[in-house]
Write a protein that binds this ligand. Structure first.
Ligand SMILES: *Cc1c(COP(=O)(O)O)cnc(C)c1O
Length: 397
């Protein structure tokens, strides 16, 4: 393949594997990471070349596993905007809700579906809290592949419907995403499924990595002080950290890297608990519950990679309860005009909590990730809706 992929590497043991065939986990049962020949990448592309390319995630193709642009399965993964807060201009929201299927899951699944098709898979299966299933359904359908989606029964109805409408077979499961994951693993052989669950194949991570590459380019190759990320399976956090290492090795960025901050919901905070205990791995969270369904992940297979990235970057993990998430969402919509997902709102709540504890200062440049389009989620009751006006005089300034 004319990509610059050198090999796949077990994230835990470092064992190397040949790329070029369908793979899930390493022999140690851990996620595989894609490693590149960065000298070859440096020869092939520079910042100036990048600047002239279309404004989408495939502009970084030398740092992605895709061999040919014509292999790409795409729905138009455009660069997402950086929106500074008016009241707190040091805080910038990267609005990933603008992507196809309304969440940043599009980045990972565009990449995973592209590679799965290229390597010969025909039936893709996924456990999901909603957005990953929607993205898989859309890209698999686009690629002419079958998709099978398993979500907890209490997944928001809009997600279940969009998954079905985009051509997947979708099941509601009486249980958590962990139970859904088990169904996929157990059915792999009998059903001929290829499992594209978070970090159970190497390429979703590479798609999510483009958030870090894109952020660096948008900020003129000067990264912010802090990145606050709503952490479920952790692909985005691990992926951005990977992106920054690669950019640093290429010599495209210098100086200290951002502190990576993982935000979780108090009703499901395995990473926060592990971080506080100084552990390398996270114990599964019992009775996980939160309105931020995208980060309701009781056990993440990449837990050690999330914790490693937080530590290496000098960051931390923080939890926020559903009430704080709800207030943050109302605040951002009502005072900034930014309608976030609950998970996106959680990053603002986490930022404010960190600010009040003094672990982030007001002078620092902070990027928050709004990971999903706010329109996909229930809105709080309307308190500002007026009846149709009959007398226009009231509108005079
Ligand atoms: C999946 C998802 C997350 C969590 O992302 P990870 O990279 O898997 O941790 C956060 N918010 C939303 C809206 C999601 O769909």
């Amino acid at each position: 393949m004319p990509s610059h992929v050198a090999y796949l590497e077990c994230g835990a043991t470092g064992t190397r594997y040949e790329p070029g065939r369908l793979m899930n986990l390493s022999e140690a049962g851990k996620p595989l990471l894609v490693r590149y020949d960065l000298d070859a990448v440096e020869q092939a592309v520079d910042k100036a070349t990048l600047a002239g390319r279309p404004r989408d995630m495939w502009r970084f193709r030398e740092l992605l596993p895709v061999p040919e642009p014509s292999d790409v399965v795409s729905l138009g993964e455009s660069v997402t905007p950086l929106v500074p807060l008016v009241a707190e201009p040091n805080v910038i929201v990267k609005d990933e809700g603008r992507l196809p299927t309304g969440s940043f899951k599009a980045r990972g699944l565009a990449m995973a579906v592209t590679m799965a098709r290229l390597l010969g898979a025909t039936r893709l299966a996924i456990p999901t809290n909603g957005n990953a299933g929607a993205a898989l359904a859309a890209y698999a359908t686009r690629a002419g592949l079958a998709s099978f989606v398993f979500c907890p029964a209490d997944t928001p109805e809009v997600n279940v419907r969009e998954i079905a409408m985009q051509g997947a077979e979708v099941w509601r499961v009486d249980g958590s995403i962990t139970d859904c994951a088990r169904i996929v693993t157990e059915g792999e052989e009998a059903m001929g499924w290829f499992d594209v669950a978070t970090l159970r194949e190497p390429y979703r991570l590479e798609g999510k990595k483009t958030m870090g590459l894109e952020l660096a380019e948008q900020l003129d190759w000067t990264l912010p002080d802090v990145i606050v990320y709503p952490t479920g399976g952790g692909t985005g956090l691990i992926g951005m950290w990977k992106a920054f290492q690669e950019l640093r090795e290429l010599g495209w960025i210098e100086g200290p890297l951002p502190r990576m901050v993982a935000v979780q919901a108090s009703g499901c905070a395995p990473i926060v608990r592990a971080w506080r205990e100084g552990a390398d791995h996270a114990e599964p969270w019992e009775n996980a519950h939160t309105i931020a369904s995208g980060i309701r992940v009781p056990a993440a297979i990449g837990d050690f990679l999330i914790l490693r990235a937080i530590r290496e970057s000098g960051g931390f993990a923080v939890d926020v309860d559903d009430e704080m998430i709800g207030s943050a969402r109302v605040h951002l919509a009502g005072t900034e005009g930014i309608l976030t997902s609950p998970e996106g709102a959680a990053t603002y709540a986490g930022y404010r909590a960190a600010l009040s504890k003094g672990v982030i200062s007001e002078e620092e440049r902070v990027v928050l990730f709004n990971c999903g389009n706010g329109l996909k989620y229930p809105m709080p009751p309307m308190d500002r809706v007026l009846e149709q006006p009959v007398d226009w005089s009231g509108f005079a300034a």
